[in-house]
Design a protein around this ligand. Structure first.
Ligand code: GDP
Ligand code: IMO
Ligand code: MG
Length: 432
């Protein structure tokens, strides 16, 4: 399985960044294919923490090409900030290593304003977005009034596309929302500056990937968010504005689906969610607090406390189907060491009747009551484990149960945040 797509199998923050960093030495290229700076991917190496929002998680490995694909919406200021931080600790992220698709759309400051203003209007029904302008940027793309990187770096086009975008945005901001208009001239000056800084990185990344793939290079496709935040398959409307499922890897990087050889889903050993929307196994009380404290469950992008709950196997099975998972990496197993008993959700009921699959209808989904099976805990730390035999038998039984119900074989178990804290059962680049 030469090329692997890495996707979140839950509501994001499953540990995708850690897994991509870990697998990057075995790949030649790492490409982000959707989302934007709403993502926060954490890498911890020898105690040093790096949080990436737009730059692919292969960047810590010299010589690996990192591509921000056409499917990503890129805030150029956020990208420059991230690049400056990487440089501050000796990683050049230079134009040879870091490429941005000329077809990627630009997130503009008024997209952030609109994101926040719309959330305000939703009141109690707010989605709890990251406020990074992601929804409005994808809306502009679909409405055919977005700005792409090829426009950004072409002065006459930049001026024209920006003028149209500002006119539209100002109509909504002033007449619709009663807010102050955007200063188009100041924004143009600022965009000219970021364009100059980023121009050397802008490339036809679809062609670049195709060329590398044809010459036998291995590509890791790095997803952001997670399956239940997918625009089509997630808990709509409490989702993000892009397709997070594995199939998006082809469209969002500009290569055909035949290059997607395997799909590795990342799941936590329990569940978390940031923002609003249904979460059947959520534990609002002491158990939720304990999971949050144990797992350090605070958003890597916004710092918001994550909602926490037990593992939801019907949703994991759903993620296997929607993404076509060929393997599963289970993260944060160490966090469960503090519980003498570990309930896992094995199904749902509505009014006592079993429900096979997560319902599309949100009201019905919200009525789903989880059916739990309580598995024995192990009450011993796992951080030292590097082989499956190092795990207590109760932890192994937990993994076996997940593997059976999720319907995907586990290739990797993460037992701590550090790059080295992992048990690899088999190499996902090789067939299961
Ligand atoms: P991503 O968005 O999927 O890349 O995940 P995040 O980085 O947002 O959140 C995952 C968090 O869990 C980060 O703080 C990681 O450092 C941490 N983490 C990853 N794997 C493990 C693990 O196996 N055990 C523990 N305790 N922490 C982990
Ligand atoms: P990574 O890649 C967790 C959530 C937000 C909100 C919803 C919509 O780190 O796993 P948006 O700003 O995208 O319009 O917000 O999606 N969300 C995430 N939750 N991890 C993420 O990314 C997320 N990106 C967006 O909290 O509920
Ligand atoms: Mg994250």
């Amino acid at each position: 399985m030469a090329n692997q797509v890495i996707v979140g199998a839950q509501w994001g923050d499953e540990g995708k960044g850690k897994v991509v960093d870990l697998l990057s030495p075995r790949a030649d290229v790492v490409v982000r294919f959707q989302g934007g700076a709403n993502a926060g991917h954490t890498l911890i190496v020898d105690g040093h923490k790096t949080v990436l929002h737009l730059v692919p998680s292969g960047i810590l490995h010299p010589g690996k090409t990192c591509v921000i694909g056409n499917g990503v919406v890129v805030d150029p200021w956020a990208l420059l900030e991230e690049m400056a931080e990487l440089r501050s600790y000796g990683l050049p992220a230079d134009p040879d290593q870091l490429k941005v698709s000329e077809r990627a759309h630009v997130v503009l400051p008024f997209h952030r304003l609109l994101d926040k203003a719309r959330e305000g209007l939703r009141g109690g029904g707010a989605i709890g977005t990251t406020g990074r302008g992601i929804g409005p940027a994808y809306e502009a793309k679909a409405a055919r009034r977005g700005m792409r990187f090829c426009d950004l770096v072409d002065p006459p086009t930049l001026e024209r596309v920006l003028a149209a975008g500002v006119e539209e945005a100002n109509a909504v901001l002033t007449r619709g929302l009663g807010m102050a208009p955007v200063d188009g001239a100041a924004l143009l000056d600022s965009l000219r500056e970021v364009a100059a800084a980023l121009a050397p990185h802008v490339a036809d990344t679809g062609a670049l990937l195709d060329e590398r793939l044809r010459s036998g290079a291995r590509v890791l496709f790095e997803g952001a968010q997670g399956t239940l935040l997918d625009l089509d398959h997630g808990t709509y409307p409490f989702v993000t504005s892009s397709s997070t499922a594995a199939a998006a890897a082809a469209l969002g990087s500009g290569v055909g689906p035949r290059w997607l050889d395997g799909v590795l889903g990342i799941a936590k050993a329990y569940c978390t969610r940031v923002g609003s929307g249904p979460f059947p196994t959520e534990q609002a009380g002491a158990v939720g607090e304990e999971l949050r404290a144990g797992g350090g469950e605070y958003g890597a992008t916004t710092g918001r406390p994550r909602r926490c709950g037990w593992l939801d196997l019907p949703l994991l099975r759903y993620a296997t189907r929607v993404n076509g998972l060929t393997s599963l990496a289970l993260t944060k197993l160490d966090v469960l060491s503090r519980f003498p008993e570990i309930p896992v959700c094995t199904g749902y009921r509505i009014d006592g009747r079993p429900v096979e699959r997560p319902p599309a209808n949100l009201a019905l989904f919200q009525r789903c009551e989880p059916v739990y099976e309580v598995l024995p805990g192990w009450l011993t730390p796992l951080g030292h484990a590097r082989r499956i035999e190092d795990l207590p038998s109760a932890a192994r039984a937990y993994l076996e149960r997940i593997e059976r119900d999720a319907d995907a074989p586990i290739c990797m178990v993460s037992v701590g945040a550090e790059r080295s804290e992992v048990i690899e059962l088999w190499d996902p680049f090789k067939t299961a």
